[in-house]
Design a protein around this ligand. Structure first.
Ligand code: DC
Length: 222
């Protein structure tokens, strides 16, 4: 795939549930397109972590909003944001409308800089970048996602059980999909990419084909 070289920022929105492989996919696409990548889950993870380590109640919407408003991009570089625990904390603070509102500008500014960007999250195609050039909703069955996550953790030597991870995956889907503000759902114009039967290379090839098709259509329409 060739680099993006155009005067208008080229924005790729990747959304989907936890452990669908969207992070890896977004990173690979960004590299192939020569665009910066923002993992927007890190914003919510950092807020959850900062609050939890100070012993604050994650259900306190006003306090969580203050943390979101004060978030420093340096906080995203913490080394402890990628794990399951931070993911759970993130999902809890992400339900607060004030938290989400406080993070909009940072994400939109990131997307608006030339030559564009790849952003991944839950509401990129629906709320943050509704005009994104390409929207991909990456998903897989809860069983497949739980199996992948279990295997990943076992490979790291962690003592985990598939059934527990499956229950956790379902619980997170439930919270992310049923919150009142910006729930997880594909944008009307998103292409749904089900990776249940695909490995990482297969998912990347399918996503690349989606991007290329969109770019062709855009250049013909221009
Ligand atoms: O993508 P992730 O697993 O790092 O996200 C962690 C949690 O953060 C996720 O369960 C919900 C929340 N999140 C969100 O609400 N909106 C986003 N754009 C990204 C993440």
């Amino acid at each position: 795939m060739t680099d993006v070289a155009s005067s208008r920022p080229f924005v790729v929105a990747i959304d989907g549930p936890a452990a669908a492989g969207k992070g890896t996919l977004a990173l690979r696409l960004a590299e192939a397109l020569g665009l910066p990548h923002l993992d927007t889950g890190l914003l919510y993870r950092a807020i959850g972590k900062l609050m939890a380590e100070r012993g604050f109640d994650l259900d306190d919407a006003a306090l969580a909003t203050q943390f979101a408003e004060a978030l420093d991009p340096e906080d995203l570089k913490r080394g402890d944001l990628r794990g399951r625990e931070a993911g759970e904390l993130a999902s809890k603070v992400a339900v607060h409308p004030g938290v989400r509102a406080a993070l909009v500008d940072f994400q939109r500014t990131f997307a608006a800089r030339a030559p564009g960007a790849v952003l991944d999250g839950r509401d990129i195609g629906t709320v943050i970048c509704p005009d994104a050039d390409v929207k991909i909703f990456v998903t897989a069955s809860p069983e497949v996602r739980a199996r992948r996550r279990t295997d990943e953790l076992l490979a790291k030597g962690r003592d985990v059980r598939y059934e527990a991870i499956l229950a956790e995956t379902r619980e997170r889907d439930e919270r992310d999909s049923n919150r009142a503000v910006a729930p997880l759902k594909p944008a009307a114009d998103a292409v749904v990419l089900d990776t249940s039967a695909l490995d990482r290379d297969g998912a990347f090839a399918a996503a690349t084909a989606i991007v290329e098709k969109k770019r062709e259509a855009t250049s013909k329409g221009a």
